[in-house]
Design a protein around this ligand. Structure first.
Ligand code: PEP
Ligand code: MG
Length: 577
């Protein structure tokens, strides 16, 4: 038995047999053809390009229907490469000049392209994956050889792969692929995004899981805790099966909770909002009886596409989310690009410390056309429903004022142009940098609401990279320093009569619900599947119990004391959760 810790990116626990995806590339021998056959080779190439195009268009359509337009746009880069006359010209030239067969020419030209990406900084790896993915598709259409096919599974499996290409993720067979684990990947990799959207339990960033497992081995994937257990012993299997039964039972009770209000035993009403990345996820929020959208992470509009979205593309996404929310509030966060998202892959010289670099609101304030395009779309979309605007990563008052000034500028432009827009949109800020938490009283006078982002607040307060598995054990929202900051921010919100929500992962962890209620939090914004569980805790406790719990927690010196106390209290008051 071997236990591996990675990054849990899609919740759920499954036990099944391993299916290890063959990571080998096609072996293409160097073969030559005489000049008289060059045209024939070029015709074969043309036919393979056409076949690949048709497959990609079909895949794109399927992905759009299953997940949404933004994710489907991943394939636009692939289609773009197949339409790239220069690239195709290079392959044809390799046939003419070197007498290569079509497949050898494809292989040589694509390998050179992939190498160019590899010579660039490490973060270009995602693009290399795309280049290899197109190459394999073309080669398959030239050679007619089928690889370990993901779309012909007949039994239930857990898929293990070094990483998945966008085509492979689009083809994931929800019926047979019960879970997913990859060596590579982080929170925002394509694999993570798609697995989460499809509801497949997944753990990524495991480094070497594929070399530790044999096809057919029993494997447990625990997407909640980011753990993979290979070849579990009998007692571990039995333990997990009991755990699974408990989860299934709990699921049933949670379904019953769906239509009950989120209210404490002594009558305090709590608002439960959902976090989304794609407009269609609003459906998941409503299916879990969420009261609206507390965090729409709009940067996903940029991921998976070569082009910046246009104002109309922004507008279309926002109005779709607003329409699906059917009158419920939607908090749209302005772009949180940078750090590990988007900008580094395009930078000429990478930042040395991107999480402390030109990220988020800082990036927007230095790239005004991108920022203004988005704000225009948000102000226009706000005509169609109750929208609030949320600025991420605000660290200083000047930054907030500048961002608000841009909103005023954009409003003036729209007014002058006679474009319909909403001038009175509530503006809030994320509290996710310690400086903002420490100065929350000052900030509270300048915004309509706060949203506490504990993912980053923990990272920056404790100096622990949120995506680095090597320091994952040090990343804890229960650290007394973090708890104090959260308490101060909630109190400042109460003093200044502005609403405070919490939208980091902490809000969706039932072990923190008592504490957060006790600290005065009344709005939780969480991943949609976690909504019923948080509601269950809320409905099981009184506000007095929550306040006593919070008071006790404030006396602790270590995160271990906090977590063990909260675990005990939650178990005692809510039952086994
Ligand atoms: C956070 O930092 O807690 C947050 C919600 O924002 P993100 O996870 O998108 O950085
Ligand atoms: Mg954040």
């Amino acid at each position: 038995m071997e236990i591996k810790k990675g990054i849990g990116v899609s919740p759920g626990v499954v036990i099944s047999k391993a299916f290890v995806l063959d990571a080998e590339d096609y072996p293409i021998p160097e073969r030559h053809v005489e000049a008289a056959l060059h045209q024939e080779e070029k015709d074969r190439l043309g036919a393979a390009i056409q076949a690949s195009r048709a497959e990609l268009i079909e895949l794109r359509g399927r992905m759009r229907d299953r997940i949404g337009e933004e994710t489907a746009a991943i394939f636009d880069f692939h289609l773009g490469m197949l339409d790239d006359k220069r690239l195709i010209g290079e392959i044809e030239a390799a046939i003419d000049a070197n007498h290569y067969t079509a497949e050898h020419a494809v292989s040589a030209v694509f390998r050179a392209h992939a190498r160019k990406f590899l010579d660039m900084p490490q973060f270009m790896a995602e693009r290399v994956k795309d280049v290899n993915d197109i190459q394999r598709r073309l080669l398959r259409n030239l050679i007619g050889q089928s690889r370990a096919a993901l779309d012909h599974l007949t039994g239930d499996v857990i898929l293990l792969a070094h990483d998945l290409t966008p085509s492979q993720t689009a083809n994931l067979d929800r019926e047979h692929i019960l879970g997913l684990a990859t060596d590579a990947g982080g929170r925002t990799s394509h694999t993570a995004i798609v697995a989460h959207a499809l509801g497949i339990p997944a753990v990524v960033g495991l480094n070497d899981v594929t070399s530790s497992v044999q096809p057919g081995d029993a494997v447990i994937i625990d997407g909640n805790r980011g753990v993979v257990i290979i070849d579990p012993d009998e007692s571990t299997i039995a333990e997990h099966q009991t755990y699974l039964q408990r989860l299934a039972e709990r699921e049933r009770t949670l379904v019953e909770l769906r239509d009950l209000p989120a209210v404490t035993r002594d009558g305090h009403e709590i608002t439960l909002l959902g976090n989304i990345e794609f407009p269609d996820e609003v459906r998941n929020v409503l299916a879990n009886a969420g009261h609206g959208i507390g965090l729409y992470r709009t940067e996903y509009l940029f991921l998976g596409s070569e082009e910046e979205p246009t104002e109309d593309e922004h507008y279309e996404a926002y109005t779709r989310a607003i329409a699906l929310a059917e009158g419920r509030p939607v908090v749209i966060r302005s772009l949180d690009l940078g750090a590990d998202k988007y900008t580094q892959a395009r930078a000429m010289s990478p930042e040395r410390n991107p999480f402390l670099g030109l990220r988020s609101i800082r990036y927007c304030l230095q790239n005004l056309p991108i920022f203004k395009t988005q704000i225009r779309a948000i102000l226009r979309a706000a005509r169609t429903g109750p929208v609030s605007l949320l600025f991420p990563l605000i660290a200083s008052v000047m930054e907030l004022r500048q961002a608000k000034m841009i909103v005023r500028d954009v409003a003036e432009d729209l007014e002058e142009e006679g474009v319909d827009f909403e001038p009175d949109i509530p503006i809030g800020m994320m509290i996710e940098v310690p400086s903002a938490a420490l100065m929350c009283d000052v900030f509270a006078r300048e915004v309509d609401f706060f949203s506490i982002g504990t993912n980053d607040l923990v990272q920056y307060t404790l100096a622990v990279d949120r995506g680095n598995e090597k320091v994952a054990s040090l990343f804890s929202a229960a650290h007394p320093a973090v708890v104090r900051l959260i308490k101060d921010v909630i109190r400042a919100g109460q003093r200044h009569d502005i609403s405070v929500s919490l939208c980091g992962e902490m809000a969706g962890d039932p072990e923190y619900t008592l504490l957060l209620l006790g600290l005065g939090l009344r709005i939780f914004s969480i991943a949609p599947p976690a909504i019923p569980e948080i509601k269950k805790v809320i409905r099981s406790v009184t506000m007095e119990q929550a306040m006593l719990t919070a008071r006790k927690v404030m006396t602790f010196d270590t995160d271990k004391q906090v977590t063990s106390y909260l675990r005990d209290q939650t178990r005692k008051l809510v039952g086994d959760s």
